[in-house]
Design a protein around this ligand. Structure first.
Ligand SMILES: O=C(O)c1ccccc1NCC(=O)[C@H](O)[C@H](O)COP(=O)(O)O
Length: 223
C-alpha cells in the first residue's frame, strides 16, 4: 500500500513525512490555501533526504507550464487534478520518459448521484492511452476539487476500486481516525491525505502525521 502526504508547504513537514515512512510527498500548484510555487518546491526538494516520490498537483494543465514546473520543482511525478487536453499525459511521457509518474485525478461528486459506471469507463479509457500510471479518486464539493476534508460514499465506491485496470488511490477526508476503515472497505492501491494530518492549514501536525502513516502501514500488513 502506497501512502502519499500531500499539500506540503515547508521542508520540515515534508522531511518528517518521508522520515515517518511516506512513499510520496505532494505539493499543490492548484488554487488552494496550501498553494506553493515551483521555485519554493525546488528549494524544498533540493534539501530533502531519503527516498520517496516528489509529486506536483496541477489543476491548470498547460504542457509548457507543467514541463517547466517539473524541472524547477524537482518532481518525480505529477497529479493531474483538472481535466484538460487528453494528449497531455502522452506529451509529458514523451518529454520525461517513464521516470515521471503520471496520476490522473477523477472526482467523486459528494452528495451527487452514484457515478460508478461512468468512472469505471473513464478509468478504462485512461488505461487504454498507456500514458497514465495511476488514478486517484478524490472528493469534489461544490467547486472545490481537492483538499476538501470530505469523504465520499465508500460503500458505493467499492465496485470502482475493485475493478480491473490501473492502480487506484483513495483521497478525500482521510485522517488517522478513518484510514483503516477506508483501506478495509476499498482495498485501494494507495491512500492520499492533505488536511487530515494538518494542525492548521498549510502546517502538518506531527502526531497526526505519525498516526496516519503508522495506521496505513498496519492496515496494509493485515489486508
Ligand atoms: O490540498 C489542497 O488544498 C488541494 C487543492 C486543490 C486541488 C488539490 C488539492 N490537494 C490534492 C491532494 O492530493 C489531496 O491530498 C486530496 O485532495 C485530499 O485532500 P484532503 O481531503 O484534505 O485530505
Amino acid at each position: 500500500m502506497w501512502v502519499k502526504i500531500c499539500a506540503n508547504t515547508n521542508l520540515e513537514d515534508t522531511q518528517l513525512a518521508l522520515d515517518l515512512g511516506a512513499d510520496a510527498v505532494g505539493f499543490v500548484f492548484a488554487p488552494s490555501s496550501r498553494r506553493v510555487t515551483p521555485e519554493q518546491v525546488g528549494e524544498i526538494t533540493r534539501r530533502l533526504t531519503g527516498p520517496g516520490e516528489r509529486v506536483g498537483v496541477f489543476q491548470t494543465l498547460e504542457f509548457a507550464e507543467m514541463r517547466n514546473a517539473v524541472r524547477t520543482a524537482g518532481l518525480t511525478g505529477v497529479q493531474l487534478h483538472g481535466e484538460g487536453d487528453p494528449a497531455l499525459p502522452g506529451l509529458l511521457k514523451a518529454e520525461f520518459g517513464p521516470s515521471l509518474t503520471i496520476a490522473q485525478t477523477l472526482h467523486w461528486v459528494v452528495d451527487a448521484e452514484n457515478a460508478t459506471d461512468e468512472l469505471l469507463a473513464r478509468v478504462s479509457a485512461l488505461q487504454a492511452t498507456g500514458h497514465v500510471d495511476r488514478v486517484l479518486i478524490d472528493s469534489k464539493v461544490g467547486s472545490a476539487l481537492g483538499g476538501t476534508g470530505r469523504t465520499f460514499d465508500w460503500k458505493a465506491a467499492a465496485r470502482l476500486f475493485a475493478g480491473p485496470g490501473l492502480p487506484m488511490i483513495v483521497a478525500g477526508g482521510l485522517g488517522p481516525g478513518n484510514v483503516t476503515e477506508a483501506m478495509t472497505r476499498l482495498k485501494p492501491w494507495g491512500v492520499d491525505v492533505a488536511s487530515g494530518v494538518e494542525g492548521i492549514p498549510g502546517k502538518k501536525d506531527p502526531e497526526r502525521l505519525r498516526q496516519f502513516i503508522e495506521r496505513a502501514r498496519t492496515a496494509r500488513e493485515s489486508l
